[in-house]
Design a protein around this ligand. Structure first.
Ligand code: IPD
Ligand code: CA
Ligand code: CA
Ligand code: CA
Length: 272
């Protein structure tokens, strides 16, 4: 059993406090108040209530740390201290359609001497399965107390690849289609499950062999990227570079599949 840091205990406790209400809201989803932030961009009372619980818990435990949360934006804190990055409900569309595939995602980003920041603690918690995917930098990635490794598959023909598909008003459908056209004929299957944090957590767990998506937000991916890296995988932008967040392109897989996927993705977007 790995030893948790005190900080991990803080974020897991916050997630476990928010989860029962999310489960109750999910079971009564037809009564939830839902509004639209933009085209096909829904937010419900469940998102807001979960975020309120998470922010209260995290603030209570670390009062001077900033919190970046999807619904409330940035709550300022001491710039020399770490920052929490929170998606209170990743997979809102699934949730609102009664599909039990969604998660709470929490990352802790620490300031470095260079002025940059890096994610050092990550949790993706799936309330309906009570699965806690977590990682701490240098300590590996875990599902509860079981060590996670990315899949060992080396052939695209055996691989199950996840993606996120652009939708009404969001993302570059032409680019996604070209990448899909390059990857789909080469692999055993493609999945679009609708929660980016879980797509990455499942790559870390070896359930998916790879994943690509673009046009996400920091709270969708901050925790999941650390999970994949700590499980021995790679996360790059579509050209294989090490700035996926800056380019807002995410290609994740084990070593062998990453280089194969990267070639397919690169050739499909080179002339765009
Ligand atoms: C969404 C999910 C989805 C991704 C969308 C995100 P939300 O997050 O992660 O998989 O494709 O782009 O916005 O809004 O459900 O937290
Ligand atoms: Ca959202
Ligand atoms: Ca999200
Ligand atoms: Ca969300």
């Amino acid at each position: 059993m790995p030893s948790h840091s005190g900080l991990f205990t803080v974020i897991e406790r916050a997630a476990r406090k928010a989860a029962p209400r999310l489960r109750r809201d999910f079971n009564e989803v037809q009564h939830l108040q839902v509004s639209r932030k933009g085209p096909a961009d829904f937010v419900s009372m469940a998102d807001k209530r979960a975020e309120q619980t998470l922010v209260e818990e995290l603030r209570h435990a670390r009062p001077d740390w900033a919190i970046l949360a999807e619904e409330g934006g940035e709550l300022p804190g001491d710039p020399n201290k770490p920052r929490f990055i929170v998606d209170p409900l990743d997979g809102t569309s699934n949730f609102l359609h009664g599909i039990p595939h969604f998660a709470i995602s929490i990352a802790v980003e620490e300031p470095l001497a260079s002025g940059k920041r890096e994610v050092t603690t990550a949790l993706v918690y799936q309330p309906m399965t009570d699965e806690s995917f977590w990682a701490e930098k240098g300590k590996g990635a875990w599902l509860q107390d079981a060590r996670l490794r990315v899949s060992a598959r080396r052939d695209l023909a055996d691989s199950l690849i996840a993606t996120g598909i652009p939708f009404l008003g969001h993302g570059d459908f032409a680019q996604w289609s070209r990448i899909f056209g390059a990857i789909a004929p080469e692999v055993a299957g493609i999945r679009r499950l609708g929660a980016a944090s879980l797509d990455l957590a499942w790559v870390a767990a070896g359930r998916f062999d790879g994943y690509w998506e673009a046009n996400l937000q920091p709270w969708d991916v901050a925790a999941g990227i650390l999970l994949v890296k700590e499980a021995g995988g790679f996360v790059t932008d579509f050209r294989g570079g090490d700035r996926p967040i800056e380019r807002n392109e995410y290609l994740a897989a084990n070593d062998a599949l990453h280089s194969k996927l990267h070639k397919l993705v690169g050739s499909s977007i080179r002339n765009m």
